[in-house]
Design a protein around this ligand. Sequence first.
Ligand SMILES: Cc1ncc(C[n+]2csc(CCOP(=O)(O)OP(=O)(O)O)c2C)c(N)n1
Length: 1001
Amino acid sequence: MKRGPASRGPRSCQEAAKPSGFLCTMDDLELFHGPNAAYVLDLYDEYKRDPQSLDPRTRSIFERWTPDGNGTAPPLPGVGGLPAGGGVSPSPVFGRGGRGVRAVPPVDVQTVVLAARVTRLVRELGHLAARIDPLGTPPPGDPAIELETYGLTTADMEALPASVVGGPLAEGAPNALEALGRLRRAYSGTVGYEDDHIQTPEERDWLRNAVESGRFFQDFDGGHKRDVLRRLTEVDTFELFLDVTYNKKKRFSIEGVDMLVPMLDQIIHDAVVAGTREIVMGMAHRGRLSVLAHILNKPYPSILSEFEHHERNERASVADLGAHGYTGDVKYHLGAKRAYTQAGMPEVPITLAPNPSHLEFVNPVVMGRARAAQERRDRPGRPTRDLSASLDISIHGDAAFPGQGIVAETLNLSQLSGYRVGGTIHIITNNQIGFTTVPNDSRSTLYASDLAKGFEIPIVHVNADDPVACIAVAKMAFAYRQQFGKDFLIDLVGYRRYGHNEGDNPSFTQPRMYEVIKNHPRVREIWSRRLENEGIVTRDEADEMVLRVREELQRARKSEGTSVEEEARNTHAARTNLNGQGEHLQTGVPEPRLRALNEQLLVRPEGFTPDAKLERILQARRAALNEPGAINWGHAEALALASILEDGTPIRLTGQDTERGTFSHRNAVIHDPTTGERFCPFQSLPAAKAAFAIYNSPLSENACLGFEYGYSMHATRALVLWEAQFGDFANGAQVIIDQFLVSGQAKWQQTPSLVMLLPHGYEGQGPEHSSARLERYLQLAANDNIRIVNCTTSAQYFHVLRRQAAMLPRDARPLVVLTPKSLLREPMAGSSIADLSAGGFQPVIDDSSAADRRERVSRLVLCSGKIYVDLRKSALMASAENVAVARIEELYPFHEAELREVFSRYPNLREVLWTQEEPANMGAWSFMALHLPAILPPGVTLGYAGRPDSASPAEGVEDEHIAEQARIVAAALTGASAVGNGARRSARLARGRKNGVTHAG
Ligand SMILES: Cc1ncc(C[n+]2csc(CCOP(=O)(O)OP(=O)(O)O)c2C)c(N)n1
């Protein structure tokens, strides 16, 4: 256990330790707060009655100090909830027989001050002396909590009254020595409490009262103890059975932190009793099979069949791949859902989210699910929230928790209004090792949990071999969460009985640790002996419990387990058969409706006056409806969102600076500069039938995208949109994209419908503000897992948003929209009301300007997004008689039929030229070079015009950008040469293809 040497010194106690010549100062009276306050007030009373009864030093202090006004406790930070201040009847001190009865010897205030100091530090630093490691590593301790440090003796303490220590534990104690002993047992036993980093006094007081009152350790009767033994028996026997039966097959056994299961039982029980209506959990591989079996009630036969029929399943999976793209996942990544029942309580669903190998990335996903479960979205306005609707339990590894940045990002969401879930309960299953890496090599902090301190989360370290303590802290965690609506962290300190997986030999790397583990008793054994000693079970009863579980497992092995795989594959097939049904939806909104919504969006509440300039811009949207092509991007988006709300689909839109929009095009939340009031027209829309939520996100991509993914997984009927500041920043969330968004369906039959809005376009802003990395999404696209669009007009954007909403929830897919920057206000990209009121999204748009010269067209320029506008605006366009320019607005799914139709309209076509702004190794070129050749009419060649291959997405110098854009446009329209490496690349890609690729220039 990495716990020493202590990072904190004795906090000016060195000075305090001076045995003589030490002068007690006014500041020292600060020590007398909360539990100790009674003592100093008592002393003060004494002083008032008879100053001579006190020693000169104490007298001199009281000459300069008075308690607060009316003689109650001084205005010092107190420990509420603990007996404190004048409310406590004075205890006899220093042999005084009682108030007013003066006795010898006189009070030595210095001793009292030092005793109070050590007492306070035991409360704060006692965890450093706690015995939290089941393997017996001695705690680091800290001189600050030792009497000798202050020159105090046990006799000194014995001579002091218990009220110097104060608090519930001092009650009934004969003196301060006994009270301090009790305090040490509470703070330095098998549980270590860290709460000193919490800034809110009420929370600290609550926590300390919880510790010192011992209330969570109570009510652990014989029945409950037997239940825990039964549970530990199931966990232990299950793992031993798997070990013997499937020797060395990976299962990431729970052994060493077995108490996780009874702790989860406790938390779930308390949550259900408190009225929680849904539990969502996330965890990595460690102990997952046991949690699936015992918490999610996944039947033993089903789990064993995954070991037994592994090979058969693999073959079936491969055969199925071509048909539906279902891959499934390894057993220790799978999720499950269960209906939890408890007498007299409504059924509560418990979900364990499926998890990729990438540790910790499931955290924000689970949090997003929990948030979605807490919101009611079926009424207009903001969603309403009910914290008791769900509880998020996140289980972490001790190496992964401090190591993975996603943890910090997720913790940072915990108190933000757009994300909070009323407190996540975190449990670190701390087996003191990460694969083969020891804590000294894996974190820079004393504890695995230290990161949580920065977020003011209470931390409790508990010895995993002490079931009583484990259950108590589980109760405390839930009670705290209920009380304060905040996160709580349990650091469950155990060990790992085998290697990282069961095939590993841990003695190669941790020989000494594993020597200890080899001889270390199993927790079930420890608990069983304890209950036998307490007379709660007999040895025979305990053995009988084991026998019963073993028999159940043997029966399960013999029975043919229901194939979860089979079921999953069928669901997947049914879903993928829906493909494309929604593609051609008519999403136009009748003009009168659009006009009404437009008006409603322009209404301001009584007395609300927005910034005049902004209001002019927004009010101009009234006139825009009557001008051809005057509906710009932001306006079209507003009308799309308003009409979706009117249709009854709730919306959640988040991202960095999303309320205004990075490019100031949205202004979905407006501010009154005089009053500071905020107003969101979408939340006051009379026509709306569903809720609208919009939040500026924190500066995070990873956790935020994960959160929205999770949210959309739960709120399947809501349109959930996440916006990147610039599209390229989405790669900060690449794991969420790779492991959840694009593959969640193939691995886990999840049906995400999240929309990603990714600003994209080459406008001279350098390598990091140009490209949304379209190539990545196209590379990840397969089996109809995703939709990718790059629109050229605001009407297209309007329709694609409406289409996405209309397809929810049955035919939903994640939608990646490359959104524009300069096109936001580009007149050519503007649309008219007629474009919004009829039709639907067009995946491919042919060149209407070439309609009367189709015979003369020999080159069809195909492109997507902003380059289309550059081409159209080029002076070269006028003379490009032989050129037509068509747009692929939806890049994936690949619209083969529509493209064939476009090609067929040009009888004399000789060449199709893919034109893009991006370098040839980026953008859509690789994708097009792969898919277009197969559908080109005979004799038609495929060429490329765009930037050459490049390691960096865009030029950093504006002049070079301008020149390059001009060159690409010229190459596309005139067939001029200098298409650079792109030609070479296309040749490489085309090699071996039936339809040969040729190149412009
Ligand atoms: C992001 C990520 N990096 C690396 C790995 C490989 N890996 C799997 S388990 C593991 C050790 C995890 O240690 P810890 O968090 O302590 O959990 P434990 O397995 O010990 O319970 C590592 C490095 C991974 N799964 N995910």
